[in-house]
Design a protein around this ligand. Structure first.
Ligand code: SIN
Ligand code: FE
Length: 293
């Protein structure tokens, strides 16, 4: 089967943009919920950096190491020696590299991308035990219980940095609108009073919007639905070491099945900065909720 949800782009350089991308533009493909896949866009590690690829360097209480590039705060590193600085430098270099690349690939977004968070994932998928809600081997769209996003999109740049040749295997699901339309009838209504209380109690960092409420519901219902996980429209793809892939992870259903060692860069983008805001999960869900009443 040829993939319709994954757009392959043969391009090797971080410091310029590809000449052409499928039949469309990178922004149009992303806003349709597709994955931009660069099989040969490698993020090269030095030998010293490769030695940092060790799960023992992650704080046992955390799933990943992460950098807030705005504040410079690095979290999740288990060691206090010089390896901590080396990890910080590696993660920051990935942030800067993706930032410059996206400025060229997606110039219309460039000045609007914000809240960068970089994550270094050192655990082999499946070895870090967690509840079904946090189990990313189940197809899901990204939505986080304590961090409402409101009018922001979640754009992510992934890179497989495995030094042993292990691919990262993903499943990618259908278009967002058909998915959300199927689950919406089962979802309870949004309750502003509950959202207010959760914020007051510091369960959430800001107040959940109706959108945040429905996205969490969707995230949980997809993950809990064994029939959907097994039989839902999906395709499998293996991302080899040295490859990069980009998607709106709040829109593109995805599951990470196997693999180890990855860098991932998250940016938030205001819905209003999209070329077609009406394609956002925010607007799709709002239309579907309005039509149901
Ligand atoms: C996810 O974002 O759901 C997991 C991605 C990955 O670990 O490859
Ligand atoms: Fe995810």
């Amino acid at each position: 089967m040829t993939s319709t949800r994954i757009v392959r782009i043969d391009h090797r350089a971080w410091n310029d943009a590809p000449d052409h991308v499928g039949a469309s533009t990178p922004v149009a493909e992303l806003e349709e919920g597709k994955v931009l896949y660069f099989p040969e866009l490698r993020f090269a590690l030095s030998d010293a950096e490769t030695r940092l690829l060790d799960p023992a360097l992650v704080d046992p209480k955390r799933k990943n190491i992460s950098l807030n590039a705005t504040t410079g705060k690095l979290t999740g590193v288990a060691v206090e020696d010089e390896r901590r600085n080396a990890i910080g430098a590696l993660v920051r270099r990935y942030y800067e590299t993706t930032r410059h690349f996206l400025d060229r690939l997606l110039p219309g977004y460039a000045s609007h991308l914000h809240a960068p968070t970089t994550s270094l994932r050192l655990h082999r998928i499946g070895t870090w035990k967690m509840s079904w809600r946090k189990d990313d081997t189940r197809l899901h769209v990204d939505a986080f219980p304590s961090r409402p996003v409101g009018e922001q999109r979640i754009l992510r740049v992934f890179n497989n940095i495995n030094p042993h040749g292990d691919t990262r295997q993903w499943r990618v699901g259908e278009a967002f609108d058909t998915l959300s339309a199927r689950y919406l009838p089962q979802m309870p209504a949004y309750r502003p009073g509950v959202a207010w209380l959760l914020h007051k109690l510091h369960v959430t960092k800001s107040r959940r919007s109706a959108y945040d409420h429905f996205m969490l519901q969707l995230h949980d219902r997809m993950k809990a639905d064994a029939g959907y996980q097994r039989d839902g429209l999906q395709e499998s793809i293996e991302f080899p070491p040295g490859s990069t892939w980009i998607c709106f992870s709040d829109q593109t259903p995805h599951a990470a099945m196997t693999g180890q060692f990855m860098l991932e860069q998250t940016y938030l983008l205001p819905v209003s900065a999209m070329a077609h805001p009406e394609r956002s999960p925010q607007r799709v869900l709002a239309r579907q909720v309005a039509a149901a009443h």
